[in-house]
Every structure is written in structure tokens, then in C-alpha cells.
Design a protein. Structure first.
Length: 218
């Protein structure tokens, strides 16, 4: 009767699960995970708002919106002086049009894109307080990228103010509006994995040194 011997007795243990075991024991898996997380953090950060890595169209949009509010405030001051207005008087966009110059057309273009302007009363205590608000979602490239939801507002003093989160899509909202926090989390995880890799390499080196020392003394 032939003796049945498991094939694994003659099979090399270099590949497959054994290769993963060697990688895990040496800590290489932590290094690979750290590098992947680092690359993911870079990808997430690239189109992050009107700061570093912003798309040119995105920077142009927010820069133009900022300048339109600046020119609205200047026009309001000119209107106040010429019409002898006082604190608390509130002009309309039609009142300010003669003082806006070429910015009348730029502001009209923003309005056509879905931006509404809230002109505030004249106030020496709260100058430059006009607010521009998006009435529709705005994105600056096709595909998976950051976009600004309807309800996002911008003012010279307050910068961007985002609408409340939709509890049904909180993760998506965090990705789109708080991408910096997500990048920091990914970087922290990447650094943690790299540190574990370094610690394991040091431990393996020390263990190899002890084994060599014991072998020499044997």
C-alpha cells in the first residue's frame, strides 16, 4: 500500500503565505502601508481649496469674488459721499452701479453663475461686511474633486463659511470642506507605520547581532 504524503512536504515555502509572513516579520508591510498612506495624503491635498495646490480656475473664481466685494465696498463709500448718506443707509446694487466701473460686468457675471450679493448698511464699525453666497454647487474640474456646496458664503472679513453638514453624507462633507484634517490624519497614520517599520528593523538588527554573538561563542 502506497503511503500518502502531503504535497506540502516537498513544496517550497518561499512564496505565498510564507512571503507575507517574512514581510510582516521584517516590518516591510508597515513601510509599504506608510508609503501608500503618504501618497494618498498628497493626492487628497493637491486640489485643496484656494490655497496651495488649488486649481487655477478655482483661484481665479475666489480671487474675483474677493475683488468684487472689495469694489462694492469702495462704491458704497463713494455713493455715501456723493449722495450725502449717513450711518445705517442701505444702497441697492442699482445705486452702486455708477461707481463700480468695469466691475459692474464682472459682478453681473458672478450673479449669472449663481452668486447672490447681500449689501449691508453703511457702518464705520463694520466696514467691508458685504456677503456673497453661492446658490448652486460649484466645482472646478470633472470627476472626483472638491466642490463648494450651495449656501457657501464669502466675505472680506470672514472668508469662506460653509453650510451645515448633511448628516447623511458627513464623510463626503469632511472630504470636500475639511480636507486638511483628512490629510493630517493620513500623514499621522503614514508616520506611525514608518516608525513601526524603523522600530522593527532596529529590533531585528539587535536580534541578529545577539544570534551572531551566541553562534561565535558556541
Amino acid at each position: 500500500m502506497a503511503l500518502a504524503v502531503p504535497l506540502s512536504r516537498f513544496t517550497s515555502r518561499v512564496g505565498g503565505d510564507s512571503a507575507f509572513y517574512v514581510m510582516r516579520k521584517s516590518g516591510s508591510a508597515y513601510l509599504v502601508t506608510g508609503v501608500v498612506l503618504l501618497l494618498l495624503a498628497v493626492i487628497v491635498f493637491l486640489p485643496s481649496g484656494a490655497g496651495p495646490g488649488a486649481l487655477p480656475r478655482e483661484m481665479g473664481f475666489w480671487g474675483g469674488l474677493h475683488n468684487s466685494l472689495w469694489n462694492l465696498d469702495l462704491a458704497k463709500m463713494k455713493w455715501m459721499e456723493e449722495k450725502h448718506k449717513t450711518e445705517g443707509d442701505l444702497p441697492t446694487m442699482e445705486d452702486l452701479a455708477p461707481y463700480l466701473g468695469e466691475w459692474t460686468n464682472h459682478i453681473a457675471q458672478f450673479i449669472a453663475w449663481g452668486v447672490t450679493y447681500k449689501i449691508t448698511p453703511i457702518s464705520e464699525m463694520e466696514s467691508q461686511s458685504d456677503v456673497a453666497t453661492l446658490t448652486r454647487d460649484v466645482r472646478f474640474q470633472i470627476g472626483f474633486c472638491r466642490y463648494y456646496r450651495a449656501g457657501t458664503s464669502y466675505s472680506l472679513h470672514g472668508g469662506c463659511v460653509f453650510p451645515p453638514y448633511d448628516t447623511k453624507s458627513r464623510f463626503v462633507a469632511i472630504y470636500q470642506n475639511d480636507r486638511g484634517l483628512l490629510v493630517l490624519l493620513l500623514l499621522a497614520l503614514a508616520v506611525g507605520n514608518v516608525l513601526v517599520f524603523v522600530i522593527k528593523k532596529i529590533q531585528n538588527f539587535r536580534q541578529a547581532s545577539r544570534d551572531m554573538h551566541e553562534h561565535q561563542n558556541a
